[in-house]
Write a protein of this length. Structure first.
Length: 238
């Protein structure tokens, strides 16, 4: 079967799937950056020792990566189970109610502006080739050959979180003073948030400046709140 696609616009579901994975990776890295940096900054502001700062940071990285992996695994597993159930249901309907499914497909095709007689011919042709795949895509938006792997999703989410969390951890390791450490973590966080915002915008073909600015403003507000909470806590227990 020959397909035709605009040279500047991807139409393959595999390309869309790759873009979704890339976006998920960017979001996971962003979570790693923000959550780790906020914890580190709070502990630094509280006047904790270098050992306590690094311990808190390491705990945040491990807990965050595991949480991200488990959450993604559960979410994608649920989605995969739902998709499999829908595939089985559609397969049974095609076997038990072929006429009704044929009429439904004609209705879907004609709903896109295709004349009814042409939609009838198209539905007849589909019935002779791969009706299940066509019904899944047109009725449910499912590609039966590209179900998401929950293990791959969990691993990708955890890895992207770790990669993002490493950056503020390195800043805390290199700059050991309370002032220099706080400044280093803040600068690294702001710069990396701007970068992830830019990358996610490019992947989504949206305005990169606005996306980066949103992340930077949100991250900056979080850093300010975390720093002053840690400062107040340090004064209270000190």
């Amino acid at each position: 079967m020959t397909t035709y696609a605009h040279p500047h616009e991807p139409h393959k579901s595999s390309e869309t799937s790759k873009l979704n994975w890339l976006r998920a990776g960017v979001l996971g890295a962003n979570d790693g950056i923000v959550s780790t940096a906020l914890i580190l900054l709070s502990v630094i502001a509280a006047g904790s020792s270098r050992e306590a700062i690094l311990t808190a940071g390491a705990a945040a990285v491990i807990a965050g990566a595991i949480s991200m992996a488990l959450g993604e695994y559960v979410s994608v597993s649920t989605q995969r189970d739902t998709e499999r159930a829908l595939i089985a249901k559609e397969k049974a309907e095609l076997k038990d109610f072929p006429d009704e499914e044929h009429k439904e497909l004609v209705g879907i095709l004609s709903g896109y502006g295709i004349p009814v007689h042409i939609a009838e011919d198209a539905a007849d042709g589909i019935a002779q080739s791969d009706p299940l795949a066509a019904h899944l895509k047109l009725e449910l938006g499912i590609d039966g050959e590209e179900l998401t792997n929950p293990w791959a999703a969990a691993g990708s989410s955890a890895l992207s979180f770790l990669l993002g969390a490493i950056l503020p951890m390195i800043a805390a390791l290199v700059f050991t003073g309370p002032t220099s450490g706080a400044i280093a973590v803040t600068v690294v966080t702001i710069v990396t948030l701007a970068l992830t915002g830019y990358i996610s915008a490019k992947l989504s073909s949206t305005h990169s400046g606005k996306a980066a600015l949103r992340l930077v403003i949100g991250g900056a507000l979080g850093l300010i709140v975390s720093y002053f909470v840690g400062l107040l806590f340090g004064q209270a227990v000190g």
